[in-house]
Write a protein that binds this ligand. Structure first.
Ligand SMILES: [Zn+2]
Length: 293
């Protein structure tokens, strides 16, 4: 009897505790970009993608399902809450799986998978079982016109990867640009791993030549905000100064060590993750200037 009473009391407590807990926040969210008729951001945890809904069909980008196969399904379900129009395209921002795994559900829904030609080359070699090989490739530029929307896929050169496409909506003055412009932050170790010093800065300059005003990043910006031209100019200034300082250190025989611990760029000390990430940035540019890597 005592046991039963204890069990009932415990149940009561559990029910009470459950009732008091706020509902768990869903891991994903879809938001319409302010000031646009049909441009949306789908965020799943710390990754996000742009999609555009037109009467003639939907243009989706980055299925972001690496290590979480449910993300692409949730993404497609979210699109379906807004539109039943056919999914015409799935465009990859670049070939890194954390952004593009999981495209199968989009392909099965009828999407043509589009990426830079280098992305297709790399994916064909890597054979990731969860990443769909592109159907169509872009070299320097491709324009998609669908249901009154124009989307330009522009290759501005090698930067964070060798396959990054800038997705540019000229009417809306918006770009979707992934991993090569860290908003208000020093690029992370992962941003540096597969990067191209020197060419990265040139690519930022070319991206700035496009007439955009707002940038949708592949990882949410501080407070979830969009990127600005000032963010990209700051990233360019940071990489340019980093490169010049590392070149000096390299000429003095300080690469990789002690430059990777000693070199500082105090002008950028207020950027997010400056302390944690600076040495990786120095390391990458030391590889470039010190070894030709
Ligand atoms: Zn990447």
């Amino acid at each position: 009897m005592r046991l039963i009473i204890a069990a009932i009391a415990l149940l009561g407590l559990t029910a009470g505790a459950l009732a008091q807990q706020p509902p768990a926040a869903p891991p994903f969210a879809t938001t319409k970009v302010e000031g646009t008729d049909n441009v949306y951001i789908f965020r799943y945890m710390n990754h996000q993608a742009m999609f555009i809904v037109t009467p003639a069909g939907v243009i989706a980008t980055d299925p972001i399902s690496y290590a979480r196969p449910q993300a692409a399904k949730a993404y497609l379900d979210e699109i379906r809450k807004i539109s039943q129009a056919p999914i015409k395209y799935l465009v990859y921002s670049h070939h890194h799986y954390d952004h593009i795994a999981g495209g199968k559900v989009f392909k099965e829904a009828g999407a043509k998978v589009v990426a830079h030609k280098k992305a297709k080359e790399r994916l064909a070699i890597l054979k990731d079982p969860n990443t769909v090989i592109p159907d169509e490739t872009v070299d320097r530029k491709k324009t998609i016109k669908l249901g009154g929307t124009t989307l330009e896929l522009v290759y501005t050169g090698r930067n964070h990867s060798d396959s990054s496409l800038v997705m540019f909506l000229p009417k809306e003055k918006i770009i979707f640009a992934v991993d090569f412009n860290s908003l208000g932050a020093v690029p992370s170790r992962l941003a540096m791993n597969d990067s191209y010093p020197g060419e990265w800065e040139a690519s930022l300059k070319k991206t700035l030549e496009l007439k955009w005003e707002r940038m949708i990043p592949g990882h949410p910006g501080p407070g979830g905000r969009l990127g600005t031209r000032a963010d990209m100019e700051q990233q360019l200034a940071f990489l340019t100064d980093l490169s010049a300082e590392v070149k000096k250190a390299s000429d003095e025989g300080k690469c990789f060590s002690p430059a990777d611990t000693e070199l500082k760029l105090p002008k950028y000390a207020t950027l997010q993750n400056y302390e944690q990430n600076l040495s990786w940035n120095v390391h990458r540019y030391c590889g470039y200037w010190g070894r030709g890597i």
